[in-house]
Design a protein around this ligand. Structure first.
Ligand code: DAH
Length: 282
């Protein structure tokens, strides 16, 4: 149409007719398609191929992984490195080096999955303390997450496989009050700014003094509910000052260095945090 002006006069008539025919044909075609579209979309089996596709469900990280990642990132921010250790351990790293007496009940077959007299599935992440102190010199500040095993009956609240995070800080002049503030900072970041923590005297062979730490129930705010068994408190971890015997076992002078350690279970905490009522669902 735009070039019609440049067509020689004697051809104008014929060209004009051809163009008109073409235009009519195009208009008819468009009209027919429009009508077909209108009647088709009204049909029940009409499928519009131009619609965006369904978003595939890509899933999400396991609640335990999410909790572990959160704990790790909080301690990373305050200067802790990450260490890992083997799940199949020897008696030495899992017990002896941690100052367990030869006849300590924790070595009992009922608690520990022994592979033979000397080899076992680690019952806690504390052996990573020993492995780390043997290969690093103080200052040592590490967090060690991992899977642990205990020969226990499986029920909604406990499983024979679960997860712990071990913390260790060894340097000159490390004090119990640093342990307290570090754990308080952690608890507030992890459970929320309103939570309180309390320390109860306890016993572990590898720490002296030892304590267990409770956090005020973040479900009921400490008023007492079914989850905290109406005490207002939830136990979250064990901790203490590294026992001088443990430092001696790894060749660190307990006269020069002190340290604190803590060990925290992840599975039950994640149950509470995510409102899951049966550990077996993991
Ligand atoms: N290993 C202990 C357990 O499995 C937890 C623990 C308590 C770890 C006190 C520590 C600690 O490092 O200092 O029950």
């Amino acid at each position: 149409f735009a070039e019609f002006g440049s067509v020689p006069t004697k051809l104008k008539k014929e060209a004009g007719k051809t163009l008109d025919d073409l235009k009519k044909e195009a208009e008819n075609k468009i009209q027919a398609l429009k009508e077909r579209l209108e009647t088709n979309t009204a049909r029940e089996d009409f499928f519009d191929y131009s619609l965006p596709g369904l978003t595939p469900n890509v899933g999400h990280l396991h609640p335990i992984t999410q909790s572990l990642n959160r704990v790790i990132s909080i301690f990373r921010e305050i200067g802790f490195g990450i260490e890992f250790g083997p799940e199949v351990e020897t008696d030495y790293y899992n017990f002896s080096a941690l100052n367990f007496a030869d006849n300590h009940p924790a070595r009992d077959m009922q608690d520990t999955f022994f592979i033979d007299d000397n080899i076992l599935l680690r019952t806690h992440t504390s052996p990573i303390q020993i492995r780390t102190m043997l290969k690093q010199k103080p200052p040592i500040r590490i967090l060690a997450p991992g899977r642990v095993y205990r020969n226990e009956a499986i029920n909604p609240r406990s499983h024979c496989v679960f997860h712990q995070v071990e913390g260790l800080y060894v340097d000159e002049n490390v004090t119990f009050s640093e342990l307290k503030t570090t754990l308080e900072v952690f608890a507030k970041r992890f459970f929320g700014n309103d939570v309180k923590i309390r320390f109860r005297p306890s016993f572990f062979p590898f720490t002296e003094p030892s304590a267990e730490v409770d956090v005020s129930c973040f479900i009921c705010g400490g008023k007492g509910c079914r989850l905290c068994k109406h005490t207002g408190w939830l136990e979250i971890l064990g901790c203490g000052m590294v026992h001088p015997n443990v430092l001696k076992n790894v060749g660190i002078d307990p006269e020069k260095y002190t340290g604190y350690a803590f060990g925290m279970g992840i599975d039950r905490t994640a149950l509470l945090k995510y409102g899951i009522n049966d550990i077996r669902l993991y």
